[in-house]
Design a protein around this ligand. Structure first.
Ligand code: SF4
Length: 427
C-alpha cells in the first residue's frame, strides 16, 4: 500500500514553494497526497511574519495530533528556523528554511527512525533544482534571504542573508517547468532587485528568461522600493513576457515612520518609482503593503499614510497591524500603539482602499484582456484565470473546453469585489 502525506502551508509564496519542494521529495519517494486523517507523514510549514501567524504552528500541530495520532509530524518553515528546540518537543522532524536539501538526503520510506532537527546558519545547496508540481504557473526562487533589516521584520533571521542562485540553474529550472507544461513563472525573492550572480543583474536575468521559447509570462515578487529603478520600469515595458504588474511595498506614508522602519526611502522617492512604472507601463497595476500602528506612529503620521493611498491609488493593498517580532529592533521601541488604535487605523485604510480598488476595477468593465487559465473556479462550469495585471477573472466554460494553461482573450462583463467575470472573445 502506498504511503501518504498531507501538507498544511501558512504564509507567503516562498513558503508555498518550499512546501512544493517537500511535496516533490515525498512524491519521488513514492508517497501520495491524502487527507489529514489518513496521512503517514504530515508537514506543517510555518510563518513567523506576525505574532498571530507564529502561534498557528503550535495550535495546528496540537489539532493534527488529535485527529491523527499515528502520523509522523514535520514542523518546517520560518518558525522552525528560529525555535527548533521548542518545536522538536511537539514534532518528529524540525526543518528550518535553510535545510530542505538535507531533508531530501535524509528522507526515505522507512519512518522508524524519523526523528531529526535540520537547521543551519547557511542555506544548504541553494542551487539545487527541486521538482515542481504540474501547474500552469511555477514559482522559481532566484534569490534567498534579505540584507535590509527593516526594524519590524524577522525575515533576515528566518531566511538569513541574501544569496543569489546561479542564473544557469534558474534558466535550467524554468526550461524544466516549461517542458512540463508551465506557461508562467513567478520569480521569488525578498528583494528580487538585489539579484546578482557573476555580474548578471535582475534586468539581465529577465532578458534571458524572456527568450525562453514556450514560456508565455513572467512575474516577480518582491521589489524593494529603494532598488526599483527607471531601467527596470523600461525593461518591464520592453520585455513582452514580463507582466505589467508591480508589487511595491510602501509600508507607511510618513517619512518619520519610514525612517524608524529603516526603509531607506522617503514617500517622495517612493512616488517617483511609481511614476517610472506608470510612465512606461501605462496600463499596468500596482499593489502594495501597509503596516499601521508602528511604534511611535502618531495620528499625524497615520494621516500621511491615508494621504499617500489617496495620492498613489494602488490597485490593491495588503494591510496589517504592526506586530512585535523576535530579534526585530522595533519590538524594543517605546510608545507602542495600543491594539485598539491599530484596529481602528486598519479599518480606516481598508475602507479607503476598498473604494479606491472599486474605482480602478470599474474601469475594466467591457475592456478586453489576455488571461491565463489557472484552475477550476469555485462555481461549477467556470474556470479561474488571471490578467497580466494580476486581476482574477472567472469565465463560464459551459460551451468551451478551456483547460488549465490556456491563454485566451476575454471581455470583462462584471466587476465583483475581489474578482471579475469575463466572456471569451471569439475573434
Ligand atoms: S526588505 Fe525589509 S520587510 Fe522585506 S524581507 Fe527584508 S527586512 Fe523584511
Amino acid at each position: 500500500m502506498m504511503m501518504k502525506y498531507y501538507i498544511k502551508t501558512f504564509g507567503c509564496q516562498m513558503n508555498e514553494r518550499d512546501s512544493e519542494k517537500i511535496e516533490s521529495i515525498l512524491q519521488e519517494s513514492g508517497f501520495e497526497k491524502s487527507n489529514l486523517k489518513e496521512a503517514d507523514v504530515i508537514i506543517v510549514n510555518s510563518c513567523a511574519v506576525r505574532e498571530k501567524s507564529e502561534k498557528k504552528i503550535f495550535s495546528e500541530i496540537g489539532r493534527i495530533k488529535n485527529i491523527n495520532k499515528k502520523a509522523k509530524v514535520v514542523a518546517m518553515g520560518c518558525v522552525a528556523q528560529i525555535y527548533p528546540e521548542k518545536l522538536s518537543k511537539i514534532s518528529d522532524v524540525v526543518l528550518g528554511t535553510t535545510s530542505i536539501y538535507d531533508f531530501k538526503n535524509f528522507f526515505n520510506k522507512d519512518l522508524r527512525d524519523f526523528k531529526a532537527i535540520f537547521v543551519s546558519n547557511q542555506i544548504i545547496n541553494p542551487d539545487y533544482i527541486f521538482g515542481h508540481l504540474k501547474k500552469p504557473t511555477a514559482y522559481i526562487d532566484i534569490i534567498y534571504g534579505c540584507n535590509n533589516f527593516c526594524t519590524y521584520c524577522v525575515v533576515p533571521y528566518t531566511r538569513l542573508r541574501e544569496i543569489s542562485r546561479s542564473y544557469k540553474n534558474i534558466l535550467q529550472e524554468i526550461n524544466n517547468v516549461v517542458e512540463n507544461g508551465a506557461k508562467e513563472v513567478i520569480l521569488l525573492g525578498q528583494n528580487v532587485n538585489s539579484y546578482n550572480f557573476d555580474g548578471v543583474n535582475f534586468i539581465r536575468l529577465l532578458e534571458m528568461i524572456n527568450k525562453i521559447d514556450k514560456l508565455k509570462r513572467i512575474r516577480f515578487v518582491t521589489s524593494h522600493p529603494k532598488d526599483f529603478s527607471e531601467d527596470l520600469a523600461i525593461a518591464m515595458s520592453q520585455l513582452d513576457k514580463v507582466c505589467e504588474h508591480l508589487h511595491l511595498p510602501l509600508q507607511s506614508g510618513s517619512d518619520r515612520v519610514l525612517r524608524l522602519m529603516r526603509r531607506k526611502y522617503t514617500f517622495k522617492e517612493f512616488a517617483k518609482k511609481v511614476e517610472y512604472f506608470r510612465k512606461y507601463n501605462p496600463k499596468g497595476s500596482i499593489t502594495s503593503d501597509i503596516i499601521v500602528g508602528f511604534p511611535m506612529e502618531t495620528e499625524d503620521d497615520f494621516k500621511q499614510t491615508i494621504k499617500a493611498l489617496e495620492e498613489i491609488k494602488f490597485d490593491e493593498i495588503y494591510s496589517f497591524k504592526y506586530s512585535n517580532r523576535p530579534f526585530a529592533k522595533a519590538s524594543l521601541m517605546p510608545n507602542q500603539v495600543s491594539d485598539e488604535e491599530k484596529a481602528k487605523r486598519l479599518n480606516i485604510i481598508q475602507n479607503l482602499q476598498s473604494k479606491i480598488s472599486e474605482q480602478i476595477n470599474k474601469s475594466y468593465l467591457n475592456s478586453e484582456h489576455e488571461v491565463l487559465i489557472e484552475s477550476k473556479a469555485k462555481i461549477s462550469n467556470q474556470m479561474q484565470a488571471r490578467t497580466r495585471t494580476n486581476k482574477i477573472v472567472n469565465i463560464d466554460n459551459t460551451y468551451f473546453n478551456l483547460k488549465e494553461g490556456d491563454i485566451v482573450n476575454v471581455k470583462i462583463t462584471k466587476i465583483n469585489k475581489h474578482s471579475f467575470n469575463g466572456e471569451i472573445c471569439i475573434n
